[in-house]
Design a protein around this ligand. Sequence first.
Ligand SMILES: [Zn+2]
Length: 255
Amino acid sequence: MKQPKCYANHYDNCSATMSNEHCLSRAVLEIIDPTGMVRVVGAPWLNGKEETISTANLTAKVLCSKHNSELSVLDAEAGRFFKAVCETEKILLSARKNPQHAEYKFDGNLLERWCLKVLCGYAASGNFQTGIATRPQPSWVDVVFGKWPFIDGHGLYYSWDEGDTVQTVVNHAGVFSLIRNGIVCGVRIALAVNSFTLLMEKPDQTTRLKKHSLVPVNGYRPIEICYTDGISERRLRLRWTVPGDQKIVTVGFRV
Ligand SMILES: [Zn+2]
């Protein structure tokens, strides 16, 4: 069965019902604001305004129930990862007298596929800044569902100016499409102090994405993001089936 609006309907095995898919996973939205209300900026339907909206209303019917539930493992890993990110400031502050050196492990492959799921959901629902709904190409959907790996050079990049320090973690999120020659080629997901760039084309190795007028990109598939205030450390380690730059990104905190 094919649900006309399910972007995975080329598998011909949709369920009878459509799901209310959170384009940015519910688990992540609840970390951004546990009260269930989030501030939304830049959505095409807001016409340039800002609004505080219930997370229950930030859904779109872009996947059938079966295909949505098959991807719940991606949402779970993203939720676990961003919870660890967003807790960082509080934990570093509370650990000033008893320094902590904590390490957490995550599956980078699942996070990378989750970013592509966000890209597909935003594209299919017309929630990118252009407001135009575009069906994700089936080859991308195959990567989201783990049926096919990312092409070498495609995938997750961490964006950070090395040497910078941040003063605080703000629980906010932003999702921005990356467009080249009128075609969506990736997505930038800003969560708290982090900026993740998912690219579905190879970056130009000499300019390292600058042609896309993106934020700086510091590492393809980083193996660790280390948050430190000089006293305590929180290391978020990422495991990859196919390694990238093997880079450790250090984010300095002034708390
Ligand atoms: Zn389906």
